[in-house]
Ligand binder design. Structure first.
Ligand SMILES: Nc1ncnc2c1ncn2[C@@H]1O[C@H](COP(=O)(O)OP(=O)(O)OP(=O)(O)O)[C@@H](O)[C@H]1O
Length: 672
């Protein structure tokens, strides 16, 4: 049967979702139900109801009802099919591919909207656009209480992406506790925030695994479904006014999926606006949604009350094959262009394939035009209506200026520092790094065993090795810092959780102990084994210079990583850079041609080497220059060419680099 073309519907339209049992946002706020709290560890403290009601009143106050409206959203991407000329680029104009085509809708506080559609129909793209995170050209309008996406809305929005971005070495409880400490308003005490984390653990059924590490990559951790629930928990902890989720139930068993959707519904009933994409909900799940938006190849074919979907499609001539069909299965079949008549596709012979495709396309076209004719005019009218919440815009804007961050700078810094130390404790104190440094220091100590100033070339070689090894090592460790952290930084920064400055300082300060302990061990061993000047003052100065060099090298590594944001590219550039510094440092080549001699001035290793030589030898020191003659150390060719003079200039040059590269990496991160 061919589809009934473009039929007029007798379907009564109530886009506001009037058939729900619950007519308005009720006070079923999840955060106000302390009985949910099942702490991971036994908690002897039993605070009274006044303590609990203070928490819920703070959380309720931070909740702002948000009406989400989107109108005629259209999004296209450049198709990759255009033929590419390797040398001169593509000459053929690439056709644009429509991903979203005229999608509109409205979701009010207290409502749960589900976006349904076959794989590739544009659900993720739509929910990402609504979360204000879609890059590229999006036409149409998205408004939040009549306002565009602002940093205030950003902080009031929770967004659960399809891919879980979590730290693999933290436990479930640690992950949620750090999130609670960072995201919940500063009016709550630390203890109250931790209690909220415990509530979320219990609500999401994570109590059993709360002390297990998240895992990922080669580290075995919690299951995929549990990871998903941790991601949802993190967004629930924002106490969001608008919660957007992309496939929150994928990979979950039906009972857990139902539990998640029930939690979402409960969150909505607490006055939040909740939007989720979902693949294949069971009829039990489907019944929990207030509204559904069905997409077919980026075009809407239904938008409105979830309970009226069968009635609507029936009214335009599409009936299910039986009375006991899951509405979700029925609409997904329709979105694929499959009706009850065409459904026996497994019985169609191969030569009928083309015909079947045409038939499916014609069903889809019919559904799209029926939507435009029957549903869109009413939806448009509702989207353009002004609601009382729209009047709250200026008030919330004013509030956003005074209350930009959920927590203070210091709180952000200390939580991020602790979280970073915990997450990276395995790598900072990794036996492998300690083994490497210990073995290199012992080996070089043995190779230079009790060298004397008489053997000036050997000793100068040791000092040059100090400057190069402690340039390479911290630089290569630092280049991976930001490329590795990138997904987490993007996720947390786009939710407006913390200032970049608090993250940046916490990240670099957290790395310092290990970055400084290892060179201290190295210098202590090699200095005395290698027979350098047996003076405590000279040893301490040598150590200070090496540590100073480490800090500068770390800054260069951070800047390269932050600018390129790709570990492979950063490693290649660093290798080239260090090779240049090695050659231009002044040890291997003493007579560098004038036109390229400037290279040494940009090399931090050169300044470090100069300082090390400068503190090691005095002007009256001599060495054996052959034939029983003693020459001044300062006349030794390798040292003379270094032009050691006022060492303050070398210290200042390193100080400039120390600040410059760190500011550079900070600015690069701002553009992320
Ligand atoms: N940046 C991009 N580059 C290329 N194609 C893209 C891009 N973004 C989206 N698409 C394409 O747009 C279409 C819609 O993608 P989207 O991820 O929104 O679908 P979906 O409905 O969420 O699918 P699924 O249910 O499988 O996750 C897909 O065909 C996808 O390949």
């Amino acid at each position: 049967m061919m589809p009934p073309n473009d039929q007029e519907s007798s379907f009564p339209i109530t886009p506001g979702g009037a058939n729900r049992n619950e007519t308005s946002p009720v006070q079923e706020n999840r955060f106000s139900s302390p009985s949910h709290v099942i702490p991971c560890h036994d908690d002897d403290d039993n605070d009274g109801p006044s303590h609990q009601s203070r928490q819920s009143s703070v959380l309720r106050q931070s909740l702002r009802p948000i009406i989400l409206k989107f109108e005629e959203l259209t999004y296209s991407i450049k198709s990759q099919t255009g033929k590419k000329n390797y040398w001169f680029g593509s000459k053929e104009p690439k056709p644009n591919r429509l991903i979203l085509n005229g999608v509109s809708g409205i979701v009010k506080p207290g409502e749960l909207l589900a976006m349904l559609g076959p794989s590739g129909s544009g659900k993720t793209t739509l929910v990402t656009a609504l979360a204000g995170r879609l890059n590229g050209k999006l036409s149409g309008t998205v408004s939040y209480n009549g306002d565009p996406f602002t940093s205030y809305i950003k902080r009031k929005t929770g967004f659960v992406t399809q891919d879980d971005v979590l730290y693999p070495h933290l436990t479930v409880m640690e992950t949620l506790t750090y999130t609670a400490l960072l995201r919940l308003p500063k009016e709550l005490t630390r203890k109250e925030k931790m209690e909220q984390a415990e509530t979320v653990v219990s609500d999401l059924g994570l109590t059993r695994c709360c002390n297990s590490v998240i895992g990922g990559g080669l580290i075995r951790g919690i299951s995929g479904g549990e990871r998903k629930r941790v991601s949802i928990g993190q967004e629930m902890l924002v106490n969001p006014s608008l919660l957007l989720l992309d496939e929150p139930t994928s990979g979950l068993d039906s009972t857990t999926a139902a539990r998640i959707v029930a939690t979402l519904r409960s969150l909505a009933r607490g006055g939040r606006t909740v939007v989720t994409t979902i693949h294949q909900p069971s009829s039990r799940l489907y019944r929990m949604f207030d509204k559904v938006l069905v997409l077919s190849e980026g075009c809407p074919i239904y938008s409105g009350d979830s309970g009226r979907v069968m009635e609507y499609f029936g009214s335009i001539g599409f009936q299910p094959g039986s009375n006991f069909v899951n509405p979700a299965d029925f609409v997904l079949d329709l979105a694929n262009g499959i009706t009850s008549d065409t459904k026996q596709y497994d019985q169609v012979e191969l030569n009928g394939k083309l015909e079947r495709l045409e038939e499916q396309n014609s069903v889809k076209q019919s559904l799209i035009s029926s939507y435009k004719k029957n549903l869109y005019p009413h939806l448009k009218e509702e989207v353009s209506r002004t609601f009382p919440e729209d009047q709250m815009v200026s008030r919330s804007r004013a509030k956003s200026l005074t209350n930009r961050w959920p927590t203070s700078w210091w709180m952000q810094f200390s939580v991020l520092l602790k979280r970073g130390l915990k997450e990276r404790s395995h790598e900072s104190f990794s036996g492998l790094r300690i083994f490497m440094v210990m073995s290199v220091s012992l080996l070089s100590g043995l190779l230079w065993w009790h060298s004397r100033a008489y053997h000036i070339q050997d000793q100068v070689g040791l000092l040059f090795f100090f400057s190069i090894f402690w340039g390479f090592f911290p630089l290569f460790n630092a280049i991976f810092t930001f490329p590795q952290e990138r997904p987490m930084l993007i996720k947390e920064r786009s939710s407006g959780i913390y200032r970049l400055s608090s993250y940046y300082i916490a990240r670099t300060v957290g790395d310092l102990p290990m970055e400084l302990i290892l060179p201290t061990i190295f210098v202590t061993i090699t200095y005395w084994m290698g027979g350098l000047k047996p003076s405590l003052a000279t040893f301490l100065m040598t150590l200070m210079i090496v540590l100073y060099n480490v800090l500068v090298a770390q800054g260069v590594g951070l800047a390269i990583g932050a600018i390129l944001m790709e570990a492979k590219k950063a490693a290649t550039l660093s290798s080239v850079l260090m090779l240049v510094f090695l050659l231009a440092g002044g040890y291997y080549i003493q007579h560098i041609p004038g036109f390229i001699a400037w290279l040494k001035y940009i090399s931090f290793s050169h300044y470090c080497y100069k300082l090390l030589v400068g503190v090691q030898y005095s002007w009256d020191e001599v060495y054996d220059c052959g034939l029983g003659l003693h020459c001044s150390v300062m006349d030794y060719e390798g040292i003379k060419n270094l032009k050691i003079g006022n060492m303050m200039w070398d210290v200042l040059a390193l100080a400039f680099m120390l600040i410059f590269y760190r500011v550079l990496s900070y600015l690069a991160l701002r553009n992320l």
